[in-house]
Design a protein around this ligand. Structure first.
Ligand SMILES: C[S@@+](CC[C@H](N)C(=O)[O-])C[C@H]1O[C@@H](n2cnc3c(N)ncnc32)[C@H](O)[C@@H]1O
Length: 201
């Protein structure tokens, strides 16, 4: 009941953004930015489950950024903040985008919303749409029950599928080539993975 009420309140884009600040999202994004530096400046960027576009500021305003999300309310919040950018309502496990067409697919804090039976499609779709020289940059908090802050945060998180590092790594490796794998902690334990397509150029 309390959890349901909290989720309802946090579904408001303004409240959602404030909660993100409270749980250290800015610090996590700073870590992430280092992994985005080598991405070519003219790459089309698709932010999978981009929410209200909190990753938008990691890129320059003239870069072609598409915020893809299946939640209309989040996209409304995104469009209000970034009226010049594109918002796309779609399911990240069935992307309405061409194969081999995107320079960077970014995906932060989304995989724990994806049910087990869709996790393979989620990763395979992300990697299907990147160009041969493109990158899939993935970040999420992981299931790490020995960390008390982590256990508490997972308890109140809307996503129901926190996963171990091992589970994420083995599933990702079925679909792409993991070039970089970095873990760190900001309340939660997190992983950042940089992944390339295994397609032969
Ligand atoms: C915790 S939020 C993260 C938002 C943003 N990536 C960030 O880091 O601030 C998770 C987002 O994933 C979206 N999402 C969950 N399942 C999805 C799916 N199957 N397809 C597209 N978006 C999805 C939710 O609507 C929500 O905006």
């Amino acid at each position: 009941m309390v959890q349901k009420l909290l989720h309802h309140i946090v579904s408001n884009p303004y409240v959602y953004d404030r909660v993100q600040q409270l749980v250290g999202a800015q610090l996590v994004r700073q870590k992430l930015s280092a992994y985005l530096q080598p991405i070519v400046p003219d790459a089309v960027i698709v932010d999978l489950g981009g929410g209200t576009g909190n990753n938008r500021d990691l890129f320059s305003p003239d870069q072609h950024y598409i915020c893809l999300d299946n939640d209309q309310l989040k996209l409304k919040g995104f469009r209000e903040k970034f009226p010049k950018d594109s918002g796309l309502r779609a399911d990240a496990t069935r992307l309405p985008l061409q194969s081999n067409s995107v320079g960077l697919v970014l995906c932060t804090a989304v995989s724990h919303h994806i049910p087990d039976d869709s996790l393979d499609s989620f990763f395979s779709e992300a990697i299907r749409i990147i160009k041969s020289e493109g990158r899939f940059v993935f970040l999420d908090a992981v299931w790490s029950p020995r960390r008390l802050p982590s256990r508490l945060l997972w308890r109140y998180d809307r996503g129901s599928y926190p996963r171990t590092l091992e589970k994420l790594q083995t599933t990702l490796a079925r679909h792409g080539q993991i070039l970089d794998w970095h873990t760190f902690a900001v309340y939660h334990r997190y992983v950042i993975a940089v992944v390339a397509s295994t397609r032969v150029i």
